[in-house]
Design a protein around this ligand. Sequence first.
Ligand code: HEM
Length: 185
Amino acid sequence: MTLSLVETRRAARHRRAVAYWVVTGGMYLSLWLGATLAPPAWLHYASLFAHLASVIVGLGAAVLLETKGLLWTTGRRTLDELRQTERTVTPLAWLGIVGLLGTGAFLQPDLSDPLTALKMLAVFVVALNGVAMTRLSRELMRLPPRVRFSSLPGRMRAWCVWSAVVSQAGWWTAVVIGMLNTAAP
Ligand code: HEM
């Protein structure tokens, strides 16, 4: 490995470590504000609307990316097409997550409810997995644009599948529990 490659990897690792802390701090701040603030009804409803808009943006980005990934695994899209999609939707996914953390702070989450606690865990996992996926993206970036999924080493294939499964499981857990909470009397 050349020296510059080692330095680039070290810088990426450092950026990821910072991102994990930013995500943890953002999550903590959102929950702390959510447990502290008592917004008026109009602000609650406005936040709920923005919350739902953030779900559409974030979940939409995640579904699009993982669908493209699935199509690559079956040979119906190239890795290059997947990478182009990844470049487009990643900022949207983060916009959605930031929007959800920001608007959730005005929705008075009941953290003593086990379902809500599970939802927050799912949200945290989604955000951490988003940071972890930047490492996978970097590894995929170094592969030839038309490499087939089936020709990758088993470890790399398992890493791709695991990242996608964690992402989808986390998003859908949060969405379903969020809707149950809103629907509850
Ligand atoms: C991946 C992140 C998240 C997703 C996918 C998500 C999804 C949802 C959905 C789909 C709803 C139902 C909206 C409706 O039916 O109109 C909801 C409601 C809610 N969310 Fe989230 N949410 C996320 C993060 C958060 C966070 C971080 C908080 C708090 C800090 C939060 C607090 C709430 C509360 C309290 C409600 C119920 C509001 C009410 O009914 O008045 N959510 N969420």
